[in-house]
Ligand binder design. Structure first.
Ligand code: NAP
Ligand code: HSE
Length: 419
């Protein structure tokens, strides 16, 4: 049975009829007057009156009967432009667009406040998991010290398959795309930008700080190989793309996205497939854990439609108090353990040379695995360090790369601390 969201009004314009847009349309078609698409001639596997499909945004903006615009196009432009114009025309906006909210959220939220309309974006982070509304509303009495999570479904799906089935990234990407998880341009997922936009959105709310995209360290998963999962497992870890925002010892905010070694005994290590999970630490509430489908048409539609119900049921606009509370710090001051996979000459003294370079920066080695002797006489060497400063590690890596006995540093993964 179809759910009735907005009684009998036809007051909604839907921008985008792709993976998510189709499910949203099916749930609220009685209330939709326009569906904006790129290609109006495209064959669509959905019942749709030809009268409502358009590629002319001007029609929508000029129609006074439209008071809600749902943006499900994706990407920065024209989505940003359409959202801005809708708000300026005093229309409420719902979006699932993390790129727009990550890059332009501050400006658009201010504009929405000024125009006294809603700009809701629950679906922009972690798909079906309600995370923005709890941070804005139910947890607003807290001061937060950290948010960390798996907030990209595509890469989590890929890493899970690489780990379980010993596949490489390129073997699994198409599957994630076919399932509707990936962005139109999947490099946004693979290179970590999608998670970067999402953690900037969460940071802005939780830490009341304007974290711009270029203040967030980002590293994607393209250097991870299936053999890294085997080595990590021997050391007691798995590998996840982790996004974190945390207050450091100097009371500064560090926001970053990178693959991380996660100890096998913590819950984050068993968040698999398209699932996302977010762990939040608040001074009053303690540690909270949110887990659920992080991508996919229905889960995402759940968040979009919940925003719609919120507009219907709430008279007052939500006021987010965004004052700059924290200084944003850079990655160079981060301290953690490191996993390094090197391709080295299989000769005595190799390890001593590497240890000497580490020693110059006070970096100590905690364990070593020597693996896979190759036909060319080289070998894989896996090194785990004790906690060290990022800037020291980067300086050591530069020196180690120059050693005659080291052919290549194939991978460096940071170890997430759960102490
Ligand atoms: P999608 O399948 O690529 O669909 C995009 C839709 O937008 C298509 O209908 C396309 O029209 C239309 N479109 C593209 N460019 C346009 C333009 N210039 N003017 C007008 N219409 C245009 O995207 P999606 O996966 O549904 O994602 C939509 C949004 O939800 C994105 O912001 C995405 O990041 C977000 N999101 C997606 C998921 C997920 O699991 N897929 C989860 C959470 C959030 P045509 O049909 O004519 O090509
Ligand atoms: N491409 C995104 C992901 C969609 O894989 O997480 C959900 O935001």
């Amino acid at each position: 049975m179809k759910k009735v969201f907005i009684l009998s009004k036809r007051n909604i314009a839907l921008l985008g009829l792709g993976t998510v847009g189709k499910v949203v349309y099916e749930e609220i078609n009685n209330n939709v007057s326009y569906v904006l698409v790129k290609d109006i001639t495209k064959k669509r596997n959905i019942q749709l009156s030809e009268k409502i499909i358009t590629n002319d945004f001007q029609e929508i903006i000029q129609d006074k009967n439209i008071d809600i615009v749902i943006e499900l196009i994706g990407g920065e432009n024209p989505a940003y432009n359409y959202i801005k114009k809708s708000i300026k025309a005093n229309k409420n906006v719902i979006t699932a667009n993390k790129e727009v909210m990550g890059k332009h959220g501050k400006e658009l939220l201010n504009l929405a406040e000024k125009n006294n309309v809603f700009l809701l974006y629950e679906a922009s982070v972690a798909g079906g998991i309600p995370i923005i509304s709890p941070l804005v509303n139910d947890l607003s009495a807290n001061e937060f010290s950290s948010i960390r999570g798996i907030i990209n479904g595509t890469t989590n799906y890929i890493l899970t398959k690489m780990s379980n089935q010993k596949l490489e990234l390129s073997d699994v990407l198409k599957e994630a795309q076919d399932l509707g998880y990936a962005e139109a341009d999947p490099t946004s997922d693979i290179d970590g930008f999608d998670a970067q936009y999402k953690i900037s959105i969460l940071s802005r709310i939780a830490f009341k700080s304007d974290v711009s995209i270029d203040q967030i360290y980002v590293e994607g998963i393209s250097s991870i190989k299936s053999k890294d999962f085997g080595y990590a497992s021997e050391l007691g870890y798995t590998i996840k793309l982790l996004a974190t925002a945390s207050i450091n010892q100097d009371k500064n905010l560090l926001v970053k996205v990178h693959p991380a070694l996660i100890p096998n005994h913590v819950p984050m290590s068993s968040v698999n497939g398209v699932l996302n999970a977010v762990e939040i630490k608040g001074d009053l509430v303690g540690t909270l854990w949110f887990q659920g489908a992080g991508a996919g048409a229905k889960a995402t539609a759940s968040s979009v439609l919940s925003d719609l119900i919120k507009i219907q049921n709430t008279e007052k606009k939500i006021d987010i108090n965004r004052k700059n509370t924290y200084e944003i710090t850079s990655m160079s001051s981060h301290i953690c353990q490191y996993y390094l996979r090197l391709n080295v000459s299989d000769k005595p003294g190799v390890l001593a040379g590497i240890a000497m370079e580490f020693g110059k920066k006070n970096i100590s080695i905690s364990s070593v695995l020597q693996k896979d002797l190759h036909d060319d006489g080289s070998a894989d060497l896996v090194i785990m360090t004790y906690p060290s400063l990022e800037r020291d590690m980067q300086a050591s890596i530069k020196q180690i790369k120059n050693l005659d006995t080291v052919f290549n540093i194939k991978g460096m993964i940071r170890v997430e601390s759960y102490k």
